[in-house]
Design a binder for this molecule. Structure first.
Ligand code: ZN
Length: 176
């Protein structure tokens, strides 16, 4: 069956604030079609990542798919990775502040401090255990998506409301 376009919940929907549950069997039909639907939904929305709670499903599943899009013109290319039950096992003391947005928080960008290097343990969509190290923008996406599994959005991480700007102002910044 082909991927379905799912509704992305927006800030204020209480389902975005739940804690997601661990997945027992990543290979189940339910999780496989969830992964396909998340990838399809993220692609349609020009996102570079998405988490299951954003479509109202409280399983620990995130998709990470950095690529240049209208929303992130300078993002690096990578094939989409489905991370099931991801755990940040190590995060660097070094943090970097950069702009983030979220499909669930339309029209707003914020400067968010994140660890520049992280180590992640997760199961892939075949159920195989993986451990990988990620840097910079991709590490940022993963930290953002893992936050969704705990009921956090990037607005909870900004240091000052003065570091929130509109999408229009963001595009002036990054395209200038
Ligand atoms: Zn988000």
């Amino acid at each position: 069956m082909s991927a379905m376009q799912l509704e992305v919940l927006q800030l204020g929907n209480p389902k975005l604030r739940r804690t997601a549950r661990p997945v027992e069997d990543p290979t189940s039909r339910e999780i496989q079609s969830l992964i396909d639907d998340l990838i399809g939904t993220m692609g349609q929305a020009n996102g570079v990542g998405i988490a299951a709670p954003q479509v109202g499903i409280d399983w620990q599943v995130v998709i990470v798919a950095s690529r240049p899009t209208l929303r992130y013109p300078h993002a690096p290319h990578m094939d989409p990775i489905a991370m099931i039950n991801p755990q940040l096992t190590d995060i660097s003391a070094e943090q970097v502040k950069d702009w983030e947005g979220c499909l669930s928080v339309p029209g707003i960008r914020g400067l968010v401090p994140r660890a520049s290097t992280i180590s992640v343990e997760y199961q892939d969509r075949k159920g195989h255990a993986q451990q990988e190290i990620f840097h910079d923008f991709v590490a940022r996406i993963i930290q953002h998506e893992c936050d969704h599994l705990q009921g956090y959005v990037f607005l909870d991480r900004v240091e000052s409301t003065r570091e929130l700007i509109t999408e229009n102002e963001y595009h002036k910044l990054v395209l200038s």
